[in-house]
Write a protein that binds this ligand. Structure first.
Ligand SMILES: [Fe+2]
Length: 96
C-alpha cells in the first residue's frame, strides 16, 4: 500500500537523533504501528465504499484484510507494552 514513506522517514529521523538507545529501539515499532493505522484507515474507507456500492464480495474481502491489519496492530501493541516496561526498568533515574 502506498504512503508508508513518511512514517519510515520519521523513524529514520528518530533513530538518527540524539535519543536514548531505548527510544531508538522503540522507533521502528512505533513506525510499524503508524503503518498499520494507515492501512486500517485505507481498508476501512474502501470497505465502506464497497458497501455503499452494493459490492458484498469486495466488502467481505476488504473486511477480512481489515481484520488482519487490526490483529497485527493488537500484536504490535502487546510488544510495545512489553518494550515500554523494559525501557522503564532500564531508564536512568531523574535527579533534582
Ligand atoms: Fe499491515
Amino acid at each position: 500500500m502506498p504512503g508508508h514513506g513518511r512514517p519510515i522517514k520519521e523513524d529514520n529521523e528518530t533513530i538518527s537523533e540524539d535519543a536514548t538507545p531505548a527510544v531508538k529501539d522503540a522507533a521502528p515499532l512505533a513506525t510499524a504501528q503508524r503503518v498499520e493505522h494507515y492501512e486500517i484507515a485505507g481498508y476501512g474507507t474502501v470497505r465502506t465504499f464497497a458497501n455503499l456500492l452494493a459490492q458484498p464480495k469486495a466488502s467481505s474481502l476488504l473486511g477480512k484484510t481489515l481484520k488482519k491489519e487490526a490483529d497485527t496492530d493488537k500484536k504490535l501493541t502487546t510488544v510495545a507494552k512489553k518494550l515500554n516496561l523494559k525501557t522503564r526498568r532500564v531508564a536512568p533515574k531523574k535527579t533534582k
